[in-house]
Design a protein. Structure first.
Length: 249
């Protein structure tokens, strides 16, 4: 199970790095899907990509099971709002979700996360009270983003990783702080766009990470916010790889 967990963390890290690379491509005017679907499509189109996707599926599902089991042995936790057991369960569901996405591409399907999210948002907007549900989804996603930022700034992610002493360990911790913080900002942006879509009853605002990246690319500030967020996904991917090496449990 530990081997599967390590492999799953590396697979998740690769997906994050690819999302960051695709985000950089959007900043350079290249038309790509800068989200999980775009990343997995890039893997599927690579030589031997379908084999890699099957390996990633098994590894990520194993990682999800391993992460879920952490809640069974979690000790006392000072956090009353988001205790360790709940954090382990949430992370496990996230890893399983990525694993199922890998499975979809491994069997030849090409789901589009952005379009699927937009369709769901359109359906909600057309339903009585649906805009409140859409706004609530945005609030939850934004809340997850805040949790990522808090986890990075407070270095609480060290509950999952056991870096070595010395300069290299400090580098690993710095990567964790930066990666968590910038990914949190990206998720907050996604959440705010969902809320904006609910207020304006416009599903075009609600296309997930891909929509957030394109919104950042269109800002009058230039490409720097987009570069920062894309780099954040890449750095968080490196953190996940480091966590695979220095797995704590």
């Amino acid at each position: 199970m530990r081997s599967l967990a390590r492999a799953g963390l590396i697979a998740s890290g690769v997906v994050h790095v690819l999302i960051g690379v695709l985000g950089m491509s959007v900043a350079n005017g290249i038309r790509v899907r800068a989200d999980q679907s775009g990343a997995l499509e890039a893997v599927a189109d690579a030589p031997g990509g379908y084999i890699l996707l099957w390996v990633a599926t098994v590894a990520l599902l194993g990682l999800g099971l391993w992460q879920w089991s952490g809640a069974l042995t979690a000790g006392p936790d000072e956090s009353k709002i988001f205790p360790r057991k709940l954090r382990d369960h949430a992370k496990a569901l996230g890893f399983v979700g990525v694993g199922l996405a890998c499975l979809a591409f491994a069997v030849g399907s090409r789901p589009d996360t952005a379009e699927g999210t937009k369709t769901l948002s359109s359906t909600l907007i057309g339903m009585p009270g649906g805009v409140f549900v859409l706004a609530a989804i945005g609030a939850v996603v934004g809340g997850v983003g805040i949790a990522f930022i808090s986890r990075g700034v407070s270095r609480r992610f060290r509950e999952d990783i056991d870096p070595p002493e010395g300069p290299w360990g400090q580098v690993v911790v710095a990567v964790g702080v930066i990666g968590h913080t910038l990914k949190g900002i990206a998720l907050m942006t996604v959440g705010l766009l969902f809320v904006g879509g609910a207020v304006l009853t416009d599903a075009d605002w609600t296309t997930g990470v891909d929509g957030a990246i394109r919104w950042l690319a269109a800002l009058p500030t230039g490409p720097w916010p987009l570069f920062a967020i894309s780099a954040g996904f890449m750095i968080h991917g490196l953190y996940l790889a480091a966590r695979a090496v220095y797995l704590k449990r």
